[in-house]
Structure formats: structure tokens, C-alpha cells
Design a protein around this ligand. Structure first.
Ligand SMILES: Nc1ncnc2c1ncn2[C@@H]1O[C@H](COP(=O)(O)OP(=O)(O)OP(=O)(O)O)[C@@H](O)[C@H]1O
Ligand SMILES: [Mg+2]
Length: 257
């Protein structure tokens, strides 16, 4: 099962969700691979890879035919592996655009490692560039984090329209597993309203679990720890555990839309 964490809006919690949901899903009976598709490589740095050691990265495999199995690294969480992102991804659109089947490059690569992992989580860049489209095509399911900011609902409407377009044009099978409210602050009327509008419009497509604003989540990346290592008994650790439960349930019993 390939899950892409997507939103073309920046800073909405994609990387935070990819790293911690991935870690929550990982276990002895469920091997998980996180693939960092962002040129900023935030997920890779969070997992403790040094900036100078990001290569070989997902870009090496996508653009320069590096064998994907040789790009896989262990993380400090058992059963949770990583393929890094790197600056080279910033050139991916130009490098990919002349290739035949340029939107299928990632999907084809993943076929080589599909059987080694129960779950592959894709941390997407904040745009629908060719790498983003490759992620949509490779994914079975999409998780869309949304932070309750100004124009968040409008942004989501246009993102979902783009996803539909890609789905129709490229005949992909990906479906939206759920919209995830992130960075939710209690006691903030305007922001609460975004959550209510989203739930009213998208109903059961919005995950019950919300990720609250949390100091621990903000600090965990600098410590190179997942929330389960950094603050295992915190509210966000609990939230990501519950989210993992919802994800597993939805994979089995999809919400129709
Ligand atoms: N629930 C939260 N509580 C506090 N801080 C958070 C929370 N979620 C994310 N952040 C912080 O907000 C910033 C953006 O989060 P994150 O990197 O996960 O978003 P993103 O969508 O991946 O961003 P980009 O579009 O740049 O890739 C980060 O500094 C992160 O530490
Ligand atoms: Mg990110």
C-alpha cells in the first residue's frame, strides 16, 4: 500500500505527518518505508541524516538510475526505513520531462520494492510539479493534511480538483483516504471554524483524529526523534497512534466518495 501525504500548500504538516504516521504504522508485522520527495529534505534531516549525506536520494533513483534498493536506509525506529530527499529533486522537472512515461517513473521504481514493505509513505513537496504528479500516480491512497489557516478550505477544494484531473488523465487508482486537520489550536474561534467548515463539507472524509499544536512536535525534528521517541506519552503521540488506527481501518473499509 502506497500512501502519499500531499498538499500543494506549504507548511501544513505534511512532513510531520509522514514521519510520525510512518513511525506509528511501523512494527514487527508491518515494515514501513518513508520516501522523502521534497528537495528541502526535511523528513530526512528529521530522521537524523546529515545534510552532506543525503545522496543517494530519491532523486538519484528517479533521475540517475541509482538502484532503489541501494538507496534504502534504516532509521532509529525498528521496521521503519527511509529513502532520503535532496536538492537534486529541484531539477527533477527538467530532467524528467523528456522521458517517455515521465509521470510513471516513481510507480515503476516502487514495483521493485513493493513486496518488501506493507506500507510506503511518500512525503510530497509543496507543489504539484512532475515529482508531485509522480507521487499521485504511484499512490494507492492520499492523505491530505490541512492546517486551519486563511483560505484553507478553498485551497483544499482546488487541490482535490487537481487530484481528480490527474486521476482522469493518467487513469490512476489513488483515492483520498482522508483529510487530516493539523496544527489545531483550541480556543481560537477563527481556526475552529475552518475545522467545522471542512467537516461540514467533507464529512466522513475528514479523519476523526486531529493533530493539535504542540511544542513537542515542533522540537522533535531538531532532536532527530519521532514523537514516539521524543515524547511517547504526549498528546500528539497519542494522536498519531489513533491516526494510524484510523488509516488501517480505512484501508480495509474505504470511505466512499
Ligand atoms: N502540530 C504541530 N504543532 C507545532 N508545530 C508543528 C505542528 N505541525 C507542524 N509543525 C511545525 O510547522 C512547520 C511546518 O510543518 P511541516 O514541515 O510538517 O509542514 P510541511 O507541509 O511538510 O511543509 P513544506 O510544505 O515546507 O514541506 C515545521 O516547523 C513543524 O515543526
Ligand atoms: Mg514538508
Amino acid at each position: 500500500m502506497v500512501i502519499a501525504v500531499v498538499n500543494n500548500k506549504g507548511g501544513v504538516g505534511k512532513t510531520t505527518t509522514s514521519v510520525n504516521l510512518g513511525a506509528a504504522l511501523a512494527g514487527p508485522r508491518r515494515r514501513v518505508l518513508l520516501i522523502d520527495l521534497d528537495s528541502q529534505a526535511s523528513a530526512s534531516l528529521w530522521c537524523g541524516i546529515q545534510r552532506g549525506r543525503l545522496r543517494p536520494s530519491s532523486a538519484s533513483c528517479l533521475l540517475y538510475a541509482h538502484p532503489i534498493k541501494q538507496a534504502i536506509r534504516r532509521t532509529s525506529t525498528p521496521h521503519f526505513d527511509l529513502i532520503t530527499g535532496s536538492m537534486d529533486l529541484a531539477n527533477a522537472d527538467l530532467a524528467l520531462c523528456d522521458l517517455p512515461g515521465r509521470e510513471l517513473a516513481l510507480k515503476n521504481l516502487l514495483k521493485q520494492i513493493h513486496t518488501s514493505y506493507e506500507m510506503i509513505v511518500l512525503d510530497c513537496p509543496p507543489n504539484l510539479s512532475l515529482v508531485g504528479v509522480n507521487a499521485l500516480v504511484a499512490a494507492d491512497a492520499l492523505i491530505v493534511p490541512v492546517a486551519p489557516q486563511f483560505l484553507a478550505v478553498e485551497g483544499l477544494v482546488s487541490l482535490l480538483a487537481s487530484v481528480e484531473k490527474v486521476r482522469a488523465r493518467l487513469a490512476t487508482r489513488s483515492r483520498v483516504l482522508g483529510v487530516l486537520l493539523t496544527m489545531v489550536q483550541r480556543r481560537n474561534g477563527a481556526k475552529l471554524e475552518v475545522g467545522e467548515r471542512l467537516r461540514a463539507r467533507y464529512r466522513e472524509r475528514v479523519f476523526h483524529t486531529e493533530i493539535g499544536m504542540s511544542r513537542a512536535l515542533e522540537e522533535a525534528p531538531a532532536a532527530n526523534q519521532t514523537i514516539f521517541q521524543f515524547a511517547p506519552r504526549s498528546l500528539p503521540a497519542d494522536a498519531f497512534r489513533r491516526l494510524a488506527g484510523e488509516v488501517l481501518q480505512r484501508i480495509q473499509y474505504p470511505v466512499r466518495h
